[in-house]
Design a protein around this ligand. Sequence first.
Ligand SMILES: Cc1cc2nc3c(=O)[nH]c(=O)nc-3n(C[C@H](O)[C@H](O)[C@H](O)COP(=O)(O)OP(=O)(O)OC[C@H]3O[C@@H](n4cnc5c(N)ncnc54)[C@H](O)[C@@H]3O)c2cc1C
Length: 346
Amino acid sequence: MGGAAMTGVSHEFVEALRAAAPTAVIEREAPLARFTTMRVGGPADVLASVSSTRDAEVLVGVARAHRVPVTVLGGGSNVLVSDAGVRGLTLRIHGGDVIQTDAHGVRVDAGVTMNGLVRWLAGRGLAGLEAWAGTPGTVGGAICGNAHFQGRLISEHVRSVRILQRSGQVEDVPAEAMAFGYDRSRIQQSGDVVLSVVFAVTPGASPDALRAEARASLAFRKRTQPLHQASAGCIFQNPGPATPVPDGVPRSAGALIDRAGLKGARAGGALVSPLHANFIVAAPGSRAADVRALVERCREAVAQASGVRLDEEIVYLGDWEVGPALPLDCARGTRARPSPPSESDH
Ligand SMILES: Cc1cc2nc3c(=O)[nH]c(=O)nc-3n(C[C@H](O)[C@H](O)[C@H](O)COP(=O)(O)OP(=O)(O)OC[C@H]3O[C@@H](n4cnc5c(N)ncnc54)[C@H](O)[C@@H]3O)c2cc1C
């Protein structure tokens, strides 16, 4: 969202936010680590937590009028917030409603969790999304990064997305116009806010069968991912089909990091997970800089060992003192350029 970069926000701005959305929770200098699964990073100049899409619209309008940059946070499960924190307004969208639009469709607010959605659908015998059980975070975050699991993309189930544009205009965008790809959607470029999503579902399934499928997905994750430790999921995207990888090595970022000998490597409190090398886990009290240093170390080691350049799946939010190769955009965070589709690590 627009607005010149700035440090701190004015008292008038905070009061304008409070007046515009009295039910939103507005906090100054609000620590963000507690709202991320990596549990590191500094404060937001101002944090607005909203569960209504109307409040999200109104607050973004206030920020636009005051020329304050907006950063959107969902479940915080795919981000690394810098130790310096995030300038301007951080809009945390959580909660909301699910409604059935017709026999084959549901509209879901952006702040609903993926797990909550799967439960809601299973209880009504609506099939399609049960394998997404255990994907942390919200529907808005899943759309922004086009969440993937075992080679499938969440966009395969999307009919349309209601977005709030930078201009303040609300638009229903059909899935075909969302520029979905592996780890990619148009939201990453536009900085628009996802307000709600219409998913295609299939009625008439047995709730018990759907719950069993969801449990199987969760069991797979428990076996293969360090779920009891703080992480942001997979750090890197898997290399696309156009990227050459050494013979006999799977097209998987985790396998490449493992091959480079970095399983168990540390930087400060950050550790390359011995269970899944594409996960970096952070001990309590770690710094975001530790995690970032380990990310860079993995990238360099893989480049040396296999000649493959890995790009991040995670999104960097806030102020980062890093080289010119990583330009900062407060509106949507930064990420490396996306890779084409490939086999999934998840
Ligand atoms: C243990 C673990 C397992 C994981 N497994 C998977 C997996 O199987 N597959 C997978 O794809 N990912 C996985 N992830 C990563 C993460 O869960 C997903 O990327 C998830 O979809 C992110 O959603 P979120 O709400 O947490 O987004 P956040 O982390 O809050 O944000 C991610 C990006 O989305 C943007 N964003 C969030 N909400 C909105 C919105 N309403 N409008 C516009 N932009 C928005 C943010 O600005 C940010 O750029 C895993 C993570 C963990 C910790």
